[in-house]
Design a protein around this ligand. Sequence first.
Ligand code: NI
Length: 160
Amino acid sequence: MAIRKIREIGDEVLNKECRSVEKMTPHISELIDDMFETMYETNGVGLAAPQVGVLKRIVVIDVTGEDPLCLINPRIVETSGEQTGYEGCLSVPGKTGIVTRPSYVKCVALDRDMKPTEVEGTELLARCICHELDHLDGKLYVDLVEGELMDTASPDEDEE
Ligand code: NI
């Protein structure tokens, strides 16, 4: 495993549409391992493949530090409610802003074995799923921020 370099805002790879994963390969498996390692090393709660420069529809998420989730070709199929709160992104270091997201999402995806899986999330997990899936369509949270993008008070703020 290896820590990969995180691409930052301004890097055009972050604004591109990612391609679906057709089959699992050793190369993609290694990418997923590296994405988890990079996310944990940077204290992130989620990371999308384009953030490490790879235009594939893969995200890793772990909002508790004990629930690693790898979602391949993920798609949100249901949302409800609304939550408004601070959001950050490893690709936008030192910044945070207020974003409104659904308070519940249901997502279908493939797991690491390319088997269909379904994930439901509320609160931070729901926010994180929305944030990471946006990355796969070349979208950053900064475009959804209500008001101004702010400097983070704490370097430990959850970043995705
Ligand atoms: Ni992000």
